[in-house]
Design a protein around this ligand. Structure first.
Ligand SMILES: Nc1ncnc2c1ncn2[C@@H]1O[C@H](COP(=O)(O)OP(=O)(O)OP(=O)(O)O)[C@@H](O)[C@H]1O
Ligand SMILES: [Mg+2]
Length: 411
């Protein structure tokens, strides 16, 4: 009995082991399955993470792009306006040029800096994007003001006839206005100089201001329309105002073709703006008719595109061509610029004037400077013939080659 009990006891133990084993195996299987699912899940999460990383990159790139676009928008042509009035959350602006008024807002950090009369830059959608300095700075930027430039007539080579003409029309009315009053004629108001680049137009204008001890106010037509968009007309007004304050004065309008070219009516803001600047210029020119102490000298190398309104008699009293220098002119110009230069005995300025038929005054000056540089480069203290020969080739070489090429093309 006891034996059978022992056997059955063994059986039970064995059975329970088998059961336990089974259970463990089952558990194992479950765990293995679980592991599999976890693995799959992990892969899925990984894939998702990867996707988010990619998305993140994409957004970062988008942010960069938007930042750039923002910058670009800020750099887009801006218009100028003056604050007329401001409240808690609005700004009333008056746009320069067309005097349109409108209400807009600005970012909080800009609002703090704005006051009535502040000048601001607005973009196409009339949002304030920048606050500008006071107008004096802009005024100072657009024109160069020289009390009396230090160029005398004898520093201008050739152009004797032109100097004579300009003295009659600009210098005489400034220095001796009484003559005109006595005779009973209106003093001339200004001249227009035209000619190729580098022929001495700017120089001549400065010389007249020097000799008539007048304030020289230099403004550039192209800067007026390209740099100070929306403000051209106002600046023209400012410039004439300044000329009146500093009289006697000469207003030198360089590159007048930029404002005074034949008016376009293509309806763009750009051309409307140029037209307004031009109208203001004409109005100012007509306005100071009776004043003898302000003169205008304008210069252009594109007289062919100038608005006939500017060329009409009564606007400019003389229209003077500044030609390319003749042989004598070239010799004079070379002598002027080489006056202080130590030259070798073999340097023959006449010879150089002969071979530089196509050179402008500016070219001739460049030749002299370049010859000096050549001497410096070889450590010499005296400039020799070879230095000049090399300089002539360097300054005029391209032009000569260019024209030969052009000839070849047309033959
Ligand atoms: N007739 C001249 N006599 C002496 N120097 C001259 C003469 N013409 C030009 N130059 C020299 O060339 C330089 C440039 O000349 P200037 O600026 O007067 O030319 P410009 O006719 O006004 O040219 P642009 O049409 O390009 O404005 C002068 O500073 C001067 O050194
Ligand atoms: Mg010039």
């Amino acid at each position: 009995m006891s034996e059978s009990t022992a056997v059955s006891g063994q059986d039970t133990i064995q059975e329970s082991f088998v059961k336990r084993l089974d259970a463990l195996e089952n558990e194992n299987r479950d765990l293995a399955e679980e592991l599999e699912t976890t693995k799959v899940e992990r892969e899925e999460v990984r894939a998702k993470l990867f996707e988010s990383l990619i998305a993140n990159k994409k957004y970062l790139r988008e942010v960069e792009r938007l930042k750039k676009e923002n910058l670009l928008l800020k750099r887009m042509p801006l218009f100028l306006a003056t604050v007329v009035e401001m409240g808690e959350d609005y700004v009333l602006l008056r746009q320069h040029g067309n005097n349109q008024e409108f209400i807009t807002t600005a970012p909080a950090e800009l609002m703090e800096k704005i006051d009535a009369n502040t000048r601001v830059a607005i973009n196409n959608s009339l949002t304030i994007v920048r606050v500008l300095d006071r107008s004096v700075d802009v005024r100072a930027k657009v024109m160069e003001l020289v009390e009396a430039p230090d160029i005398a007539y004898d520093q201008v080579g050739g152009l004797e006839g032109q100097i004579q003409e300009i003295r009659e029309t600009v210098e005489l009315p400034l220095t001796n206005p009484k003559i005109f009053a006595d005779i009973g004629i209106e003093p001339p108001r200004g001249v227009l100089l035209y000619g190729l680049p580098g022929t001495g137009k700017t120089m001549l204008a400065k010389a007249v201001a020097h000799e008539s001890k007048a304030t020289f106010i230099h403004m550039s037509g192209s800067e007026l329309v390209h740099k100070f968009i929306g403000e051209g007309a106002q600046l023209v007004r400012d410039i004439f105002q300044m000329a009146r304050e500093k009289a006697p004065s000469i207003i030198f309008i360089d590159e007048i073709d930029a404002v005074g070219s034949i008016r376009t009516h293509d309806g763009t803001t750009g051309s409307a703006e140029v037209n307004r600047t031009m109208m203001q210029l004409l109005a100012e020119m007509d306005g100071f008719r009776t004043r003898g102490d302000i003169k205008i000298i304008a210069a252009t190398n594109r007289i062919d595109i100038l608005d006939p309104a500017l060329l009409r008699p009564g606007r400019f009293d003389r229209i003077i061509e500044i030609p390319m220098p003749s042989f004598e002119g070239r010799l004079k110009i070379l002598q002027i610029h080489a006056a202080k230069m130590k030259r070798d005995a073999d340097v023959d300025l006449e010879e150089i004037a002969k071979v530089t038929a196509e050179a402008s005054g500016a070219d001739l000056k460049a030749i002299v400077v370049e010859a000096g540089m050549n001497a410096l480069r070889r450590n010499a203290s005296i400039v020799g013939k070879a230095d000049f020969d090399i300089a002539v080739n360097k300054v005029l070489g391209d032009e000569v080659e260019g024209s030969e090429e052009a000839l070849r093309m047309f033959s």
